[in-house]
Design a protein around this ligand. Structure first.
Ligand code: CUA
Length: 305
């Protein structure tokens, strides 16, 4: 959160530093006053009593005036920060819907017709309007470098406006305890140039291509026979399940199981055979396939680019 990327994160980090410095000054002043009081107390045991006027000054000054000044200062600076943060998204903002599920992120770009999972692609230097919600329990969206942290609630949509100023990646995770695999509800945020983002949108907007060879075609049959289609969507096919992540462009993603594993052929094979080895408690069941079926299924999934 100190390695900030973008105006929102900078504003929030600036406020945090102000609070830390002010809090440190108050703490040190208090500790010094306490040390002096302890020494004076010892001295008064030897007969030197402070006057009631001096006592009153300490109680009113240190107990009422000083806290009031400090709290008003905190209020003024906090409100100024809140006003500096955008309340409404500018018209050129990119709207992205992020829906929390136990335990993965559904990510939608409604203006572009793109649906993906666990990989948030953002163009650099452009305001982003994130519409956050949840399909089940309360999750929390937080990419510390981009600033802002907001609950993802099942019964309403929260809006978070952000902007990233540097091309790069951020790996983060859900910030509100949401059950067994809360810690493996991770998100990969990829901030990229306008050109790269446009290419990504163009590639991910399209429906899935038809299987390119006999092995992949056989794999598509396995996909439907094994029941994958009842939970997953592959756009352009009869597979329209909504329980699990959209797989239309699975092979173009970098990770598996909400950034639990890197997406490699071996990892995908082991994941399909029994995902609970890596992430117990998730809804996806283990799948019993022969080696031939598994090879074909992987060939099909590898074609979903
Ligand atoms: Cu979702 Cu913790």
């Amino acid at each position: 959160m100190f390695d900030t990327d973008g105006p929102v994160a900078e504003e929030i980090a600036g406020l945090w530093w102000f609070l830390l410095v002010l809090g440190t000054i108050v703490f040190v002043a208090f500790a010094m006053a306490l040390a002096v009081a302890v020494r004076r107390g010892r001295a008064s045991d030897e007969g030197r009593e402070p006057s009631s006027r001096s006592l009153r000054r300490w109680v009113i000054g240190g107990g009422a005036v000083l806290p009031a000044v400090v709290l008003v200062l905190v209020l003024v600076v906090t409100v100024a920060s809140m006003r500096a943060l955008p309340a409404d998204a500018p018209t050129e903002a990119l709207r992205v819907e992020v829906v929390g599920h136990r335990w993965w992120y559904e990510i939608r770009y409604p203006d572009h017709g793109v649906v993906t999972a666990n990989e948030l692609h953002l163009p650099v230097d452009r305001p982003i309007e994130l519409a956050l919600s949840s399909d089940d329990v309360i999750h929390s969206f937080w990419v510390p470098a981009l600033g802002g942290k907001l609950d993802m609630l099942p019964d309403r949509t929260n809006t978070l406006i952000l902007q990233a100023d540097e091309v790069g990646e951020h790996r983060t995770s859900c910030a509100e305890f949401c059950g067994l695999q809360h810690a493996r509800m991770r998100l990969l945020t990829i901030v990229e140039t306008d050109g790269d983002f446009d290419n990504w949108v163009a590639a991910n907007r399209a429906s899935a291509e038809e299987p390119g060879d006999p092995a992949a075609a056989r794999g598509q049959d396995v996909y439907f026979d094994a029941g994958c289609a009842s939970c997953h969507t592959v756009r352009g096919t009869q597979s329209v399940g909504t329980e699990g992540p959209d797989l239309t462009h699975l092979a173009s993603r970098r990770t598996l199981g909400a950034v639990t594993l890197e997406l490699t052929n071996d990892n995908l094979r082991a994941w399909i055979a029994d995902p609970h080895t890596f992430k117990s408690g998730i809804e996806m069941p283990a799948t019993e396939l022969t080696d031939e079926e598994m090879d074909a299924l992987l060939a099909y999934l590898d074609g979903l680019r």
